[in-house]
Write a protein that binds this ligand. Structure first.
Ligand SMILES: Nc1ncnc2c1ncn2[C@@H]1O[C@H](COP(=O)(O)OP(=O)(O)O)[C@@H](O)[C@H]1O
Ligand SMILES: [Mg+2]
Length: 165
């Protein structure tokens, strides 16, 4: 067992940050339908892990990451990749795109309709998100959606099987 992830504070996320590039588990077309399907796959995965308590937050973060990958990171003809990485206390979402430009956290004005996605991700994850290089062009934007220890009571089974009932 490693360090309890939920107590890792902002600025100390070496414990959770994916350290080396691995290819995405799945690819999705760069379209609203792709986001919809990926969210569905995430909900199923979280349910299988006994982490359905995280589904709303994680689904929102995944949507923002994938929408950004499509809107700002898209290269025609290239799909958007995702990986869902299980940790003791939640899930790390990775979204892979093929453009080198990095996301920039901005402060949107009250009247701005855009420019809130990363702020939402930052708030939900408590600052546990970032960007890592990947092999070839592009990057991986990742975000950790973790539960406080009392939110996933006994639900998380280290064997990886779904909870009974
Ligand atoms: N995957 C990405 N690739 C390149 N740039 C990105 C990516 N995600 C975000 N950005 C940059 O960061 C900015 C802020 O993103 P966000 O807060 O989601 O606002 P919005 O998507 O509404 O512009 C974007 O305007 C864009 O310039
Ligand atoms: Mg956005």
């Amino acid at each position: 067992m490693g360090v309890p992830i939920a107590v890792v504070m902002s600025g100390e996320y070496d414990e959770i940050r994916p350290r080396q590039y691995t290819p995405p588990q799945r690819l999705w077309t760069a379209s609203p339908d792709g986001v919809h399907r990926a969210r569905h796959a995430l909900a199923s995965q979280l349910a299988a892990w006994g982490m359905s308590a995280l589904a709303d937050d994680a689904g929102l973060v995944l949507s923002e990451l994938m929408t950004n990958a499509q809107r700002h990171g898209r290269v025609p003809g290239r799909d958007i990749g995702t990986s869902f990485l299980r940790t003791e206390q939640g899930v790390i979402l990775e979204v892979h795109d093929a453009r080198d430009e990095r996301p920039v956290l901005t402060k949107a004005a009250d009247t701005d309709e855009r420019g809130r996605g990363l702020a939402i991700i930052d708030a939900i994850t408590g600052g546990r998100w970032g960007v890592t290089d990947r092999e070839g062009p592009g990057k991986v934007v990742w975000a950790a959606v973790l539960a406080p220890a009392d939110v996933l009571p006994n639900e998380v089974d280290p064997s990886g099987s779904a909870p009974a009932s």
